[in-house]
Design a protein around this ligand. Structure first.
Ligand code: HEM
Length: 422
């Protein structure tokens, strides 16, 4: 293996596909370190929290682009707030919620609140139960399936479409368009137009839905969204609502589909664990939290230092680009005893950072937890055994499992499984 300083987190394909050794090799140097691109890499749990909770000193404007897109200005002085605002549109041209800061962020996020009420989530769960049941029944009847693309992606996409109240007749069209896109941060597919095409395509549909509901209110979720107000009582621009709704697909599709694959991999590689969960489905939520900690589907996020500050005792000049690594913080031995071992029932397990923390903490986390639990429940209930397909992935000891070469998403490109009915 190459020395640490010769490996680059953002361009080295082997690190993109499997980042854990890279972070472990970094740990002896401390929880906060500079990489060769001048990016501050945060691997410590406490230090990650320190940054995520402090949106006064750290901007989210580069949360998805990270350091891959250069800053369009030369940082000047110890406070670059004015420079960030002057260049915000160049740095975050898609203007998604996750890149907003301050009061604009709070206001835009509040527009989505009506979607995540307990009653809305209960209705959404009924849809999940039905749809998951149907997908798993078909897969078991076939005796095998490819989990990520054939099952998980359509499932999570239509769950979000249901959450948003997308009319039945348009749902299949949405699924097909979204299916075509590579995951965010995918370095091999960076030039492919399909991901942004999907967002543009959906934006057109949503603009139409929201305008129609503003003109002719109905008794549905889209009408609630169309009439959502900012906290100060003002009415948002149509496009602000559209972007918020659209972003749910961008934020909740790959993340959830890949988490399903990561969780299933634990189950197929450990038959005793699989059988334990089949016999005690009430353990599934605790299993999932541990899967999120060890193999969460979001490896990290990015922040830009707005002013000179310190993190974990390291001086951080204004303009510093920071990678907060959830993948590393969730394996920090200072927070998690025996960090690499899979242990169901760790105390305060929900403190893991798989869904981030602070002002931008994942708004879809409650939904993601339910949708993954429901699909795994169906799989365990309708089978007596789930195994990895050796024909596709090779035998134990010589597995071929490819992870996406993304600097943000941690997940398998495909996972073929063989299903034995009860
Ligand atoms: C396993 C599945 C998921 C994971 C691991 C995940 C992870 C995350 C993380 C880490 C963040 C914070 C990003 C940051 O701080 O820069 C985030 C934000 C967000 N997530 Fe999720 N997510 C998942 C599923 C979902 C789903 C299903 C939805 C929607 C239905 C969703 C909607 C959002 C939104 C809207 C934000 C932005 C919040 C904000 O900026 O205020 N996520 N997610």
């Amino acid at each position: 293996m190459q020395a640490l300083e010769q490996r680059d987190y953002f361009t080295d394909l082997s690190v993109l596909r499997d980042p854990y050794q890279y972070f472990e090799d970094m740990r002896p140097g401390g929880p906060v370190q500079w990489d060769s691109n001048g990016v501050l890499i945060v691997t410590g749990f406490e230090e990650a929290l320190e940054i995520l909770r402090n949106s006064e000193d750290f901007s989210s404007v580069i949360s998805t682009s990270g350091p891959v897109v250069p800053l369009p200005f030369e940082p000047e002085g110890d406070d670059i707030n004015a420079q960030i605002e002057a260049h915000r549109d160049e740095m975050a041209p898609t203007q998604l919620l996750v890149t907003y800061d301050g009061s604009h962020h709070l206001a835009a996020r509040s527009l989505l609140n009506s979607l995540f009420t307990p009653s809305r989530l209960r209705a959404n769960e009924e849809f999940m139960e039905d749809y998951a049941g149907q997908l798993v029944r078909d897969a078991v009847a076939a005796g095998e399936c490819e989990l990520i693309n054939q099952i998980a992606t359509p499932y999570v996409t239509l769950v979000i479409a249901d959450l948003l109240g997308v009319p039945e007749e348009d749902r299949e069209t949405f699924r097909k368009v979204i299916d075509a896109g590579p995951p965010p941060g995918d370095m091999e597919a960076a030039d492919q137009p399909s991901a942004s095409y999907a967002l543009t395509f959906m934006a057109e549909y949503f603009a139409r839905y929201i305008q129609q509901r503003r003109d002719h209110p109905q008794q549905d979720v889209l009408t609630e969204l169309a009439h959502a107000k900012f906290p100060d009582g003002s009415t948002p621009d149509l496009m602000e609502v559209v972007k918020g709704a659209m972003f749910l697909f961008a934020a909740g599709q790959d993340t959830s589909a890949k988490l399903l694959g990561n969780a299933m991999r634990f189950l197929v590689e450990d038959q005793a664990l699989q059988q334990r969960l089949r016999e005690n489905p009430s353990l599934i939520p605790a299993f999932l939290e541990e899967a999120l900690r060890l193999e969460g589907s979001t490896k990290g996020t990015f922040r830009l230092a707005r002013r000179r500050t310190t993190v974990g005792g390291t001086d951080v000049p204004a303009g510093t680009r920071i990678m907060v690594s959830f993948a590393a913080a969730n394996r920090d031995a200072n927070r998690w005893p025996n960090p690499i071992s899979f242990e169901i029932g760790r105390s305060k397990i929900k403190e893991h950072l798989a869904f981030g923390r602070g002002a931008h903490v994942c708004i879809g986390a409650p939904l993601a937890r339910v949708e993954v639990r429901v699909l795994l429940e169906r799989f365990l209930e309708k089978t007596s055994r789930i195994e990895l397909s050796e024909a596709v992935h090779g035998p134990v000891g010589n597995r071929k499992l490819n992870y996406e070469p993304s600097y943000i998403i941690r997940g398998l490109e495909r996972l073929n499984i063989v299903l034995t009915p009860p």
